[in-house]
Design a protein around this ligand. Structure first.
Ligand code: MN
Length: 321
Protein backbone atom coordinates (compact mmCIF):
# COMPACT_ATOMS: atom_id res chain seq x y z
CA UNK A 1 0.00 0.00 0.00
CA UNK A 2 1.89 3.13 -1.07
CA UNK A 3 -0.48 6.04 -0.22
CA UNK A 4 1.75 8.41 1.78
CA UNK A 5 4.50 6.89 3.88
CA UNK A 6 7.00 8.43 6.32
CA UNK A 7 10.47 7.11 7.24
CA UNK A 8 10.65 8.37 10.82
CA UNK A 9 7.21 8.35 12.40
CA UNK A 10 8.50 9.78 15.67
CA UNK A 11 9.43 13.01 13.86
CA UNK A 12 5.68 13.63 13.34
CA UNK A 13 3.36 15.20 15.92
CA UNK A 14 2.46 12.44 18.37
CA UNK A 15 -1.08 11.60 19.37
CA UNK A 16 -1.13 11.85 23.17
CA UNK A 17 -2.14 8.83 25.19
CA UNK A 18 -5.62 9.42 26.61
CA UNK A 19 -5.85 9.85 30.35
CA UNK A 20 -7.98 6.93 31.56
CA UNK A 21 -9.14 9.02 34.52
CA UNK A 22 -11.06 11.43 32.29
CA UNK A 23 -11.59 9.60 28.98
CA UNK A 24 -14.21 6.98 28.24
CA UNK A 25 -13.32 4.24 25.77
CA UNK A 26 -15.92 3.43 23.13
CA UNK A 27 -17.20 -0.17 23.27
CA UNK A 28 -17.50 -2.19 20.05
CA UNK A 29 -21.14 -2.63 19.05
CA UNK A 30 -20.71 -4.87 16.02
CA UNK A 31 -18.23 -6.30 13.53
CA UNK A 32 -19.66 -7.15 10.11
CA UNK A 33 -18.12 -8.61 6.95
CA UNK A 34 -18.48 -6.72 3.67
CA UNK A 35 -19.92 -8.82 0.84
CA UNK A 36 -18.35 -8.70 -2.62
CA UNK A 37 -20.12 -6.92 -5.47
CA UNK A 38 -19.49 -5.39 -8.89
CA UNK A 39 -19.74 -1.67 -9.62
CA UNK A 40 -19.90 0.38 -12.81
CA UNK A 41 -18.70 -1.59 -15.83
CA UNK A 42 -17.76 -4.50 -13.57
CA UNK A 43 -14.98 -3.56 -11.20
CA UNK A 44 -14.91 -5.58 -7.97
CA UNK A 45 -15.92 -3.85 -4.74
CA UNK A 46 -16.66 -4.76 -1.13
CA UNK A 47 -19.81 -3.14 0.28
CA UNK A 48 -18.44 -2.07 3.66
CA UNK A 49 -21.75 -0.96 5.20
CA UNK A 50 -23.90 -3.94 4.15
CA UNK A 51 -26.02 -5.28 6.99
CA UNK A 52 -25.50 -2.27 9.30
CA UNK A 53 -28.49 -0.15 10.34
CA UNK A 54 -28.31 3.28 8.65
CA UNK A 55 -28.83 5.08 11.97
CA UNK A 56 -25.44 3.72 13.10
CA UNK A 57 -23.74 4.99 9.93
CA UNK A 58 -25.30 8.50 9.82
CA UNK A 59 -23.97 10.89 8.33
CA UNK A 60 -22.43 8.29 5.98
CA UNK A 61 -24.63 6.25 3.66
CA UNK A 62 -22.32 4.06 1.58
CA UNK A 63 -18.71 2.82 1.47
CA UNK A 64 -17.18 0.69 -1.27
CA UNK A 65 -13.65 -0.68 -1.06
CA UNK A 66 -12.50 -0.84 -4.70
CA UNK A 67 -10.30 -3.91 -5.09
CA UNK A 68 -7.74 -4.54 -4.23
CA UNK A 69 -7.46 -6.26 -7.60
CA UNK A 70 -4.59 -7.13 -9.92
CA UNK A 71 -5.85 -6.49 -13.45
CA UNK A 72 -4.48 -8.16 -16.57
CA UNK A 73 -3.75 -5.89 -19.59
CA UNK A 74 -7.03 -4.62 -21.09
CA UNK A 75 -9.01 -5.53 -17.96
CA UNK A 76 -9.24 -2.32 -15.87
CA UNK A 77 -12.79 -1.00 -15.70
CA UNK A 78 -14.56 2.18 -14.60
CA UNK A 79 -18.08 3.55 -14.64
CA UNK A 80 -20.12 5.03 -17.50
CA UNK A 81 -21.51 8.58 -17.15
CA UNK A 82 -24.11 8.61 -14.37
CA UNK A 83 -25.91 11.14 -12.13
CA UNK A 84 -25.93 11.95 -8.40
CA UNK A 85 -27.94 14.29 -6.16
CA UNK A 86 -28.18 14.99 -2.46
CA UNK A 87 -24.76 13.95 -1.07
CA UNK A 88 -20.96 14.04 -1.52
CA UNK A 89 -18.65 11.32 -2.89
CA UNK A 90 -15.12 10.96 -1.50
CA UNK A 91 -12.78 8.80 -3.58
CA UNK A 92 -9.31 7.84 -2.28
CA UNK A 93 -6.81 5.85 -4.33
CA UNK A 94 -4.09 3.81 -2.63
CA UNK A 95 -2.80 1.81 -5.63
CA UNK A 96 -3.43 2.50 -9.31
CA UNK A 97 -4.94 5.60 -10.86
CA UNK A 98 -8.48 6.80 -11.47
CA UNK A 99 -9.55 9.63 -13.74
CA UNK A 100 -12.67 11.62 -12.96
CA UNK A 101 -14.65 14.05 -15.06
CA UNK A 102 -17.95 15.75 -14.27
CA UNK A 103 -20.57 17.88 -15.97
CA UNK A 104 -19.66 20.83 -13.75
CA UNK A 105 -16.13 21.05 -15.17
CA UNK A 106 -14.49 19.23 -12.24
CA UNK A 107 -12.06 16.40 -12.75
CA UNK A 108 -8.55 15.09 -12.48
CA UNK A 109 -6.36 12.06 -12.02
CA UNK A 110 -5.86 10.60 -8.55
CA UNK A 111 -3.24 8.11 -7.35
CA UNK A 112 -1.08 7.15 -4.32
CA UNK A 113 -3.11 8.63 -1.50
CA UNK A 114 -4.85 11.39 -3.48
CA UNK A 115 -8.49 12.17 -2.76
CA UNK A 116 -11.21 13.66 -4.88
CA UNK A 117 -14.16 15.17 -3.14
CA UNK A 118 -17.27 15.74 -5.24
CA UNK A 119 -20.30 17.51 -3.84
CA UNK A 120 -23.15 16.35 -6.04
CA UNK A 121 -25.53 18.74 -4.26
CA UNK A 122 -28.43 19.69 -6.49
CA UNK A 123 -27.21 17.42 -9.27
CA UNK A 124 -24.27 16.39 -11.39
CA UNK A 125 -23.18 13.78 -13.94
CA UNK A 126 -19.78 12.15 -13.68
CA UNK A 127 -17.57 9.37 -15.03
CA UNK A 128 -14.76 7.49 -13.29
CA UNK A 129 -12.30 5.49 -15.39
CA UNK A 130 -8.76 4.14 -15.22
CA UNK A 131 -6.48 6.16 -17.55
CA UNK A 132 -5.86 4.66 -21.00
CA UNK A 133 -2.25 3.65 -20.29
CA UNK A 134 -3.37 1.60 -17.26
CA UNK A 135 -6.15 -0.06 -19.26
CA UNK A 136 -3.42 -1.20 -21.68
CA UNK A 137 -0.91 -2.27 -19.03
CA UNK A 138 -3.22 -3.58 -16.30
CA UNK A 139 -1.89 -3.53 -12.73
CA UNK A 140 -2.91 -3.17 -9.11
CA UNK A 141 -6.00 -1.10 -8.20
CA UNK A 142 -7.03 -0.33 -4.65
CA UNK A 143 -9.01 2.50 -3.11
CA UNK A 144 -12.37 3.39 -1.66
CA UNK A 145 -15.38 5.58 -2.30
CA UNK A 146 -17.40 6.99 0.59
CA UNK A 147 -20.79 8.70 0.33
CA UNK A 148 -21.34 11.49 2.88
CA UNK A 149 -24.95 12.56 3.25
CA UNK A 150 -26.07 16.19 3.13
CA UNK A 151 -28.75 17.61 5.42
CA UNK A 152 -32.03 18.77 3.86
CA UNK A 153 -30.95 22.41 3.62
CA UNK A 154 -27.67 21.50 1.85
CA UNK A 155 -28.97 18.96 -0.68
CA UNK A 156 -29.54 21.75 -3.19
CA UNK A 157 -26.06 23.22 -2.86
CA UNK A 158 -24.30 23.91 -6.17
CA UNK A 159 -21.97 21.05 -7.24
CA UNK A 160 -18.35 21.42 -6.12
CA UNK A 161 -15.10 19.55 -6.80
CA UNK A 162 -12.03 19.37 -4.52
CA UNK A 163 -8.81 17.81 -5.67
CA UNK A 164 -6.67 16.80 -2.68
CA UNK A 165 -3.11 15.57 -3.24
CA UNK A 166 -1.76 12.84 -0.97
CA UNK A 167 1.02 15.10 0.31
CA UNK A 168 -1.57 17.58 1.65
CA UNK A 169 -3.03 15.19 4.22
CA UNK A 170 -2.32 15.86 7.90
CA UNK A 171 0.17 13.35 9.34
CA UNK A 172 0.38 12.12 12.91
CA UNK A 173 2.05 9.23 14.72
CA UNK A 174 0.76 7.16 17.60
CA UNK A 175 2.65 8.01 20.78
CA UNK A 176 5.10 5.07 20.36
CA UNK A 177 5.63 5.40 16.60
CA UNK A 178 3.72 2.19 15.88
CA UNK A 179 1.05 3.72 13.64
CA UNK A 180 0.98 6.34 10.88
CA UNK A 181 -2.25 8.37 10.87
CA UNK A 182 -3.25 10.33 7.76
CA UNK A 183 -5.99 12.91 8.37
CA UNK A 184 -7.84 13.31 5.06
CA UNK A 185 -10.70 15.45 6.33
CA UNK A 186 -11.79 17.00 9.59
CA UNK A 187 -9.58 17.25 12.66
CA UNK A 188 -7.83 14.76 14.93
CA UNK A 189 -5.63 15.52 17.97
CA UNK A 190 -5.15 19.10 16.77
CA UNK A 191 -4.19 18.09 13.22
CA UNK A 192 -6.52 19.26 10.42
CA UNK A 193 -7.03 17.44 7.14
CA UNK A 194 -7.47 19.24 3.82
CA UNK A 195 -10.94 17.97 2.84
CA UNK A 196 -13.72 20.48 3.37
CA UNK A 197 -17.16 19.07 4.07
CA UNK A 198 -20.64 20.48 4.50
CA UNK A 199 -21.32 17.78 7.10
CA UNK A 200 -18.77 17.76 9.96
CA UNK A 201 -16.73 14.54 9.73
CA UNK A 202 -13.29 13.15 10.48
CA UNK A 203 -11.79 10.75 7.92
CA UNK A 204 -8.48 9.00 8.61
CA UNK A 205 -6.35 6.35 6.90
CA UNK A 206 -4.11 4.66 9.48
CA UNK A 207 -1.34 2.11 8.95
CA UNK A 208 -0.70 0.16 12.16
CA UNK A 209 2.53 -1.87 12.35
CA UNK A 210 2.32 -5.55 13.28
CA UNK A 211 1.84 -5.83 17.04
CA UNK A 212 1.16 -2.10 17.56
CA UNK A 213 -1.91 -0.50 19.09
CA UNK A 214 -3.59 2.76 18.09
CA UNK A 215 -5.76 4.66 20.56
CA UNK A 216 -7.40 7.75 19.08
CA UNK A 217 -9.22 10.59 20.77
CA UNK A 218 -12.60 10.82 19.02
CA UNK A 219 -15.25 13.52 19.31
CA UNK A 220 -18.04 12.16 21.53
CA UNK A 221 -20.73 13.79 19.37
CA UNK A 222 -19.45 11.89 16.26
CA UNK A 223 -20.20 8.26 15.47
CA UNK A 224 -17.14 6.02 15.12
CA UNK A 225 -16.47 3.36 12.48
CA UNK A 226 -13.32 1.40 11.63
CA UNK A 227 -13.04 -0.48 8.32
CA UNK A 228 -10.07 -2.79 7.69
CA UNK A 229 -8.60 -2.28 4.20
CA UNK A 230 -5.86 -4.86 4.68
CA UNK A 231 -4.29 -7.03 7.38
CA UNK A 232 -5.63 -8.50 10.61
CA UNK A 233 -6.07 -7.16 14.12
CA UNK A 234 -8.63 -6.46 16.80
CA UNK A 235 -10.85 -3.65 18.09
CA UNK A 236 -11.87 -2.41 21.53
CA UNK A 237 -10.57 -3.35 24.96
CA UNK A 238 -12.05 -6.84 24.49
CA UNK A 239 -9.88 -7.31 21.38
CA UNK A 240 -12.67 -8.43 19.09
CA UNK A 241 -11.03 -9.75 15.89
CA UNK A 242 -11.08 -7.54 12.78
CA UNK A 243 -9.64 -8.46 9.39
CA UNK A 244 -9.56 -6.99 5.88
CA UNK A 245 -13.10 -6.42 4.61
CA UNK A 246 -14.68 -6.05 8.06
CA UNK A 247 -16.35 -3.00 9.64
CA UNK A 248 -16.43 -2.26 13.38
CA UNK A 249 -19.15 0.05 14.73
CA UNK A 250 -18.31 1.63 18.09
CA UNK A 251 -20.69 2.82 20.78
CA UNK A 252 -20.50 6.10 22.73
CA UNK A 253 -17.33 7.42 24.34
CA UNK A 254 -14.40 9.67 23.49
CA UNK A 255 -11.55 7.31 22.53
CA UNK A 256 -11.34 4.25 20.28
CA UNK A 257 -8.84 1.40 20.16
CA UNK A 258 -7.50 -0.68 17.23
CA UNK A 259 -4.65 -3.21 17.45
CA UNK A 260 -2.68 -4.95 14.70
CA UNK A 261 -1.95 -8.65 15.14
CA UNK A 262 1.73 -9.45 15.71
CA UNK A 263 1.70 -11.88 12.79
CA UNK A 264 0.47 -10.55 9.44
CA UNK A 265 0.33 -12.14 5.99
CA UNK A 266 3.36 -11.20 3.90
CA UNK A 267 1.28 -9.51 1.17
CA UNK A 268 -0.22 -7.16 3.77
CA UNK A 269 2.44 -6.67 6.49
CA UNK A 270 0.51 -3.97 8.43
CA UNK A 271 -3.09 -3.42 9.49
CA UNK A 272 -4.51 -0.66 7.28
CA UNK A 273 -7.76 0.88 8.49
CA UNK A 274 -10.10 3.70 7.66
CA UNK A 275 -11.36 5.45 10.76
CA UNK A 276 -14.38 7.62 10.13
CA UNK A 277 -17.05 9.44 12.04
CA UNK A 278 -19.28 12.45 11.76
CA UNK A 279 -22.11 14.42 13.27
CA UNK A 280 -25.31 12.44 12.67
CA UNK A 281 -27.82 14.34 10.51
CA UNK A 282 -30.85 12.51 12.00
CA UNK A 283 -33.18 13.12 9.07
CA UNK A 284 -35.16 10.53 7.09
CA UNK A 285 -33.04 8.96 4.33
CA UNK A 286 -34.70 8.04 1.02
CA UNK A 287 -32.03 6.37 -1.11
CA UNK A 288 -32.76 5.30 -4.68
CA UNK A 289 -29.86 4.30 -6.95
CA UNK A 290 -27.55 7.30 -7.36
CA UNK A 291 -29.76 9.69 -5.35
CA UNK A 292 -29.91 10.21 -1.57
CA UNK A 293 -32.83 12.42 -0.55
CA UNK A 294 -35.24 12.81 2.40
CA UNK A 295 -38.42 11.48 0.73
CA UNK A 296 -39.38 8.97 -1.98
CA UNK A 297 -41.03 11.79 -3.91
CA UNK A 298 -37.69 13.64 -4.03
CA UNK A 299 -35.97 10.49 -5.36
CA UNK A 300 -38.61 10.13 -8.09
CA UNK A 301 -38.18 13.82 -8.92
CA UNK A 302 -34.41 13.26 -9.22
CA UNK A 303 -34.95 10.42 -11.74
CA UNK A 304 -37.33 12.65 -13.71
CA UNK A 305 -34.88 15.57 -13.63
CA UNK A 306 -32.06 13.26 -14.79
CA UNK A 307 -34.09 11.90 -17.72
CA UNK A 308 -35.10 15.45 -18.67
CA UNK A 309 -31.40 16.47 -18.74
CA UNK A 310 -31.71 18.81 -15.75
CA UNK A 311 -28.77 17.29 -13.82
CA UNK A 312 -26.25 18.49 -16.38
CA UNK A 313 -25.04 17.30 -19.74
CA UNK A 314 -22.10 15.16 -20.79
CA UNK A 315 -19.29 17.35 -22.19
CA UNK A 316 -19.38 17.13 -25.98
CA UNK A 317 -15.88 15.75 -26.55
CA UNK A 318 -16.71 12.69 -24.45
CA UNK A 319 -20.28 12.14 -25.63
CA UNK A 320 -19.28 9.25 -27.90
CA UNK A 321 -17.12 7.36 -25.39
MN1 MN B 1 -20.66 7.98 -9.07
Amino acid sequence: MPAITVDNLLALPLIPQPDPAVSRERPVRSVTTAPHGLEGEGFPVRRAFAGVDMSQLDPFVHLDQMGEVEYAPGEPKGTPWHPHRGFETVTYMIDGEMAHQDSNGGGGLITNGDTQWMTAGAGILHIETPPEHLVLSGGLFHGFQLWVNLPRDKKWSPPRYQDIRGREVGLLSSYDGGALVRVIAGELAGQAGPGSTYTPITLVHATISAGAELVLPWRPDFNALVYALGGTGSVGSGRQPLRAGQLAVYGPGDTLRVRADANQESRSPDLDVLVLGGLPIREPVAWGGPFVMNTKAEVLQAFQDFHAGRLGSVPAEHASS
